[in-house]
Design a protein around this ligand. Structure first.
Ligand code: 4H3
Length: 228
């Protein structure tokens, strides 16, 4: 998979060079291509923003540099082009797994008060949000999308870190985890986890998953039942 990112803050994507994501990029399991929108501005000062028609606070990103950067990243419109915005559909684990199956995605990042609406009309396939809050640019949202999607690309996670037994993969939250020592500050690891009885351990974990999901995210349990 190739992920093309369009931004006026290309340095933010240096954050990808760490952790398992950095290793996966080194191994070329997937690639991230960063396009600086400013490089596509035909304005002599490389300007990418202007005052909003109708007035109001702040600046809006002009369409020309965005349109040319998008066309450079995806000339034949073969990619799925995504604009990150609080108005988008909220990202969830199902959407993440669907995105991970694509050959090419383009992540379009606005800043200031947003981008000219005609870019959304002409060039954008989907609008995604990472949650109900506003950021100064789409870039942190794009980094979240890249991280979440990369975990589903084959061989990115080692066998010790897997996507199939974690929170949301079964529509429920994850059971509690413990490691050594068996006692810490007077708190003991639940006895069943030390028993070696794999059936009992699996049953305990299922029960804990359901308990914590019912307590914190009952909405997930009703969604799970609606899907059945
Ligand atoms: C995404 C982008 C929040 C999210 C974003 C999110 C700046 C969108 C600008 C940028 C517009 C004005 N904020 N929740 N901000 O995923 O281009 O909001």
């Amino acid at each position: 998979m190739k992920i093309s990112v369009l931004t006026i803050f290309p340095e933010m994507y240096e954050a990808l060079n760490s952790s398992v994501i950095g290793k996966a990029l080194e191994k070329e399991l997937f690639s991230v291509e960063v396009y600086n929108i400013r490089d596509y501005s035909l304005n002599k000062h490389k300007k990418c923003d202007d005052y909003p028609f109708g007035g109001g606070a702040g600046m809006v990103m002009t369409p020309q540099p965005l349109h040319d950067a998008i066309t450079a990243a995806d000339p034949a419109h073969e990619a799925v082009r995504i604009y990150l915005s609080p108005k988008g559909k909220t990202l969830d684990q199902k959407t993440v797994t669907e995105l991970a199956k694509l050959d090419h995605i383009v992540l379009i990042n606005g800043s200031y008060e947003g981008i000219d609406e005609r870019i959304i009309e002409l060039d954008v396939d989907r609008e995604l949000s990472i949650g109900d809050y506003v950021l100064t640019s789409g870039d942190l949202a794009s980094l979240v999308v890249i991280n979440a999607v990369a975990r589903y690309i084959p061989d990115v996670l080692g066998s010790e870190q897997s996507t199939d037994e974690e929170s949301f993969s079964e529509g429920v939250l994850e059971y509690p985890q413990y490691t050594r020592p068996q006692e810490f500050m007077g708190l003991r690891v639940p006895e069943v986890l030390l028993s070696g009885n794999h059936a009992e351990i699996a049953a305990w974990r299922r029960k804990e998953s359901l308990r914590i999901t019912a307590e914190r995210r009952p909405d997930l349990l009703s969604e799970k039942n609606e899907r059945k």
